[in-house]
Design a protein around this ligand. Structure first.
Ligand code: SF4
Length: 390
């Protein structure tokens, strides 16, 4: 099978990337032809104002791909923007893609909503929500180890609601100013490129006539659009494209250390390249069962993020940990120390390997990968243009 998948150049990676994508990519390298690319044009669909790090992020991300276990000898690694045929195909496929398919794409709304949320979180928190949040924090007697983090989460929940109502049209856009959300910021996320990125993604996949695309659940709708576009092209002109199948990544849900989505920007991610001390310090600050206030209180591992991590990183011990937590024999500090040790053991080989990978090696790999990807893409593009009489 030919497998194609890509990742935006986010820079150094964290364990969420490993379990969410890379682990699956490593498995797929066995017995398949695999092409993995850096989706740098896709990065521009949402982060077009912040372009200074794209090149360095590309290099660092590839170092982590290899450190995590992807074998460069078994795959073609390339950069999307170095294969211009993606843009040519995207233009053509855009001609036959009904606008309604893109409007109905569920992730279009979600992504836009998240962008707005990030952009305005700080402002909302400082201006409108601070008094309210301070009040809630003051009357919450639970064990709150990090009051600032707690306030931030509260702020985010409230901001979520505002923005959701805004995007769904329940709140009139005329009230943007009232809500401390500037119109300019709102419309800056509403670009042609952002709206059309599923077409570009379809081009990335169809360019290589891929049989399969490994994706997380949140990307399923994009593969479905790619399949629909392929069907439409085949129906309108001539059967040429395969309908790529989504290969769903079965991934344990790993939240960040503060129970939010794991993200570098929240500083709640366990990074591959951080030191053991940094990892341990993040683990020791993790949120636990708020009802387990003292060491001997019985806990509820089923609702504790630390225990969720144990199920992945402490496979020989997690049943004992579950018992210890429930019976009150195990305290949270001790429990987190065990996790930090196991997590660092898991990451040690990746960290060691990372140190041995040079930027030059990555540059050379990309040069070779770009060449191979261009070879496949140019042959397919030639045939597509012939079909269209171009
Ligand atoms: S003992 Fe461990 S599993 Fe139980 S609440 Fe504390 S951190 Fe979570």
């Amino acid at each position: 099978m030919r497998i194609v998948s890509g990742m935006r150049p986010t820079g150094k990676l964290h364990i969420g990337h490993y379990f969410g994508a890379i682990k699956n990519w490593i498995n797929l390298q066995q017995g398949n032809e695999t092409l993995f690319f850096v989706a740098d044009w896709h990065a521009l669909t949402t982060s077009y104002k912040n372009i200074s790090d794209i090149r360095e992020n590309t290099i660092q991300m590839l170092i982590d791909w290899i450190a995590m276990g992807l074998d460069p000898a078994k795959s073609i690694f390339f950069v999307q923007s170095h294969v211009k045929y993606h843009a040519e195909l995207s233009l053509i496929l855009g001609m036959i893609t009904p606008k309604s398919w893109l409007e109905l794409n569920p992730t279009y709304k979600d992504t836009k909503y998240n962008l707005l949320k990030i952009a305005h979180l700080e402002k909302e928190y400082k201006d409108t929500l601070k008094p309210l949040i301070d009040n809630i924090s003051n009357i919450t007697p639970h064990k709150i180890e990090d009051i600032e983090a707690f306030k931030k989460i509260l702020a985010e929940d409230i901001t979520d609601t505002f923005i959701k109502l805004l995007i769904e049209g329940i709140i009139d856009k005329g009230r943007l100013i009232e809500l401390n959300i500037s119109k300019r910021d709102f419309y800056e996320t509403d670009t042609f490129g952002f709206f059309g990125y599923p077409v570009l993604m379809a081009s990335d996949i169809l360019m290589y006539n891929a049989d399969g695309v490994p994706v997380g659940e949140d990307q399923l709708s994009h593969v479905e659009i790619a399949r629909e576009i392929a069907r439409r092209f085949n129906y309108l002109y001539k059967p040429f494209f395969k309908e790529p199948k989504a290969i769903l990544t079965e991934t344990p849900r790993l939240l960040g250390t503060d129970n939010r989505k794991m993200s570098k920007s929240y500083n709640n991610a366990i990074m591959i390249d951080e030191t053991e001390e940094e990892t341990s310090s993040k683990v020791l600050k993790m949120f636990t069962d708020p009802q387990k206030l003292r060491k001997n209180d019985p806990g509820r591992p089923e609702i504790c993020n630390v225990f969720n991590y144990h199920k992945i990183f402490s496979q020989n011990e997690y049943l004992n940990i579950e018992d210890g937590c429930k019976s009150g024999k195990l305290g949270c500090v001790e429990c987190k120390k065990i996790l930090a040790k196991n997590l660092n053991m898991f990451l040690a080989p990746m960290r060691e390997k990372r140190l041995s990978i040079s930027k030059e090696l990555i540059e050379n790999l990309l040069q070779e990968g770009d060449r191979k990807a261009n070879e496949i893409a140019s042959e397919n593009m030639k045939q597509i243009n012939e079909i269209l009489g171009l």
